[in-house]
Ligand binder design. Structure first.
Ligand SMILES: C[S@@+](CC[C@H](N)C(=O)[O-])C[C@H]1O[C@@H](n2cnc3c(N)ncnc32)[C@H](O)[C@@H]1O
Length: 208
């Protein structure tokens, strides 16, 4: 039995979605700077799994530009509605947002250059299923980044029993067949874990 089976996954209640778009969050982890430092570039196809109301997906539309594409999915229809409204308000036409049911990612095989799963996996019971689906949607050599909370007591974020140690996410990435999996601390509260899909050879930034 894997470590994750003992966890108690927990997802932010949809009614609290405003907490995902606060100024404090933008100061702590500025989305454009973060995406660029992770290697997102103009013209890429960016896939945001568990996009919420668009903290990363909406700024990503500007980063990839009109020749790039943002694909976003979430199990919550309310999040998708809000995301679409946010993209429309900012005049972005390069985003496709869809609701996903369970673990199925509603986009084609090998479509993405870059996948982000940010602050989602602590709410997911079967991490391997979501990673396998992410891998299916990735081009050869595409990059995947997971962002989550450190597993230590703090006055924000999900309950401790839902959290994952960074080493657990690195191990999940390797188990799912990704290569060059590694993690790094971001600010003491949150961390990043990244890897590459098999095949290809694309250099990625790691300046965070
Ligand atoms: C804490 S929010 C993070 C949203 C966004 N990634 C961000 O960083 O602002 C977690 C989101 O993951 C979504 N989620 C949970 N399980 C999912 C799954 N299996 N597939 C897609 N989305 C999922 C939830 O509906 C929620 O919108």
């Amino acid at each position: 039995m894997s470590e994750t089976a003992a966890r108690k996954p927990w997802t932010l209640p949809v009614r609290n979605r405003h907490l995902l778009l606060t100024r404090g969050r933008r100061r702590a982890m500025p989305p454009v700077k973060t995406l660029r430092a992770l290697g997102l570039k103009r013209g890429m196809c960016f896939l945001d799994v568990g996009c919420g109301p668009g903290y990363f997906a909406i700024p990503a539309c500007g980063v990839v530009g009109k020749h790039g594409r943002v694909l976003a999915c979430d199990v919550s229809p309310m999040m998708i509605t809000e995301l679409r409204a946010g993209a429309k308000e900012r005049g972005y036409a390069n985003m496709t947002a869809k609701r996903n049911r369970g673990y199925r990612i509603p986009f084609p095989d090998a479509c993405a250059d870059f996948v982000l799963i940010a602050f989602v996996l602590h709410g997911v019971a079967e991490i391997q299923r979501l990673l396998a689906e992410s891998r299916r949607a990735m081009k050869n050599g595409a990059a995947i980044t997971l962002i989550d909370w450190h597993k230590k007591p703090m006055d924000m974020g999900p309950p401790l029993e839902a959290r994952l140690e960074p080493e657990e996410l690195v191990s999940e990435l390797r188990q799912a067949g990704f290569r060059k999996a590694r993690w790094w601390d971001f600010d003491g509260n949150t961390y990043f874990a990244s890897a590459l899909a098999p095949g290809g050879c694309q250099g990625r930034g790691d300046a965070l």
